[in-house]
Write a new protein. Structure first.
Length: 367
């Protein structure tokens, strides 16, 4: 059995030195590059699978497949991007609806399979990837992956970085991008993992935008393996994606409603009704997206606007309406939710200091 866990503010060779954090504990806006190295090869002994499980416990339920267990992780944390180089075997990661709702992650993750076996997608709908393929995950939706002897590069990006150039990623959750259309994106992801120790904050910010641009280019190739559905269903999906993209750019407008969307897109209300019937209608979709954006703002480190200001800035007609809707969706009014997120952030940081680290705060602050 061999286990190494080290978190630092600079590049570190693989060593058996005790785990530690460095960098600024207050997590300033100019976040220093942090690197984590982890390795374990025995599921039974102390520091083996249990340590790997704890590393991901803040955002994923991790289990064993029954095959040979191995986990080697090299991770880099930047302000709006996380980069992981992993070799994992005999491991299942799962995020069900309850966990998605609880952790509130709201970013996009791309997983590139370099070698070995990986299956991923919505729970119960996992599909096998071929080496060179990339699977796209929207972290607001349930997912599951199973890895056996897999070498993976994962890049997690803040949603707004991705959706600035590729606004339709929600509907592509679980989609697989073949190497023929996404090879350049894959090559760039590999380079990011290799050079992560040496990227400055400014370079990392530009690199994150480059990943998003390359993803948009890959999606434009038209070779994406859709999650499921017939050609007719895919046409309906594309039409809904166009509507969702229109809505996304106008969520802050308090006058945005079904009629405004219909006029803006030049379609009838009945067409919109059919597009959004399964999710409760256009008005419900608009409300849901406003609430999700507000939730992201409340989680954001350094966000000091009042709840009333945030409500109006996110398109709500009044603070009271915003608070009622937010409580109905997430179980707490906005002010209490922000306080709870601040409490959890302190808990994550305390846990990182005492136990040698986890990815909980890394992901929770990825916005």
């Amino acid at each position: 059995m061999r286990k190494i866990l080290r978190i630092s503010g600079a590049a570190e060779p693989l060593s058996s030195a005790p785990a530690r954090w460095s960098g600024h504990a207050e997590r300033p806006l100019a976040l220093p590059v942090q690197t984590l190295t982890f390795a374990a090869e025995n599921p039974d002994e102390a520091g083996g699978f249990g340590a790997y499980h704890d590393l991901y416990a803040g955002g994923s339920d991790v289990g064993l497949t029954g095959g040979r267990f191995e986990a080697r992780v090299r991770a880099h944390r930047f302000k709006r991007m996380l980069v992981f180089d992993r070799t994992i075997s005999g491991v299942i990661h799962r995020r069900d609806q309850a966990r998605v709702r609880r952790d509130g992650f709201d970013h996009v993750a791309l997983q590139l399979l370099l070698s070995g076996e990986l299956a991923g997608g919505r729970p119960g709908e996992e599909r096998a990837l071929a080496p060179g393929e990339i699977i796209l995950f929207d972290m607001t939706q349930p997912q599951a992956t199973r890895a056996d002897g897999a070498r993976l590069i994962t890049v997690s990006l803040a949603r707004d970085v991705v959706e600035a150039v590729a606004p339709l990623t929600r509907s592509l959750h679980g989609a697989i991008l073949p190497e023929v259309g996404s090879g350049l994106l894959g090559d760039f992801m590999v380079s990011l993992a290799r050079r992560g120790d040496h990227l400055s904050a400014g370079t990392a910010s530009r690199a994150g935008r480059a990943v998003a641009e390359l993803l948009a280019a890959a999606l434009g190739e038209g070779e994406v393996r859709p999650v499921s559905g017939s050609s007719a269903q895919q046409i309906l999906l594309l039409r809904r994606e166009r509507t969702e993209a229109y809505i996304e750019t106008r969520l802050a407008d308090p006058h945005l409603d079904v009629e405004a969307v219909a006029v803006g897109l030049g379609v009838s209300r009945s067409v919109l009704y059919r597009q959004f019937e399964a999710s409760g209608g256009v008005a419900q979709h608009i409300l849901h997206r406003r609430l999700e954006r507000l939730r992201g703002a409340l989680r954001r480190l350094g966000e000091v606007r009042s709840i009333a200001t945030l409500a109006y800035d996110h398109g709500f007609a009044s603070e009271s309406h915003c608070s009622r809707a937010f409580r109905a969706a997430y179980g707490l009014p906005p002010g209490q939710y922000r306080a709870e997120m601040n409490r959890l952030r302190l808990t994550y940081e305390t846990d990182e200091e005492s136990s040698g680290g986890s990815f909980a705060s890394w992901h929770s602050e990825l916005y």
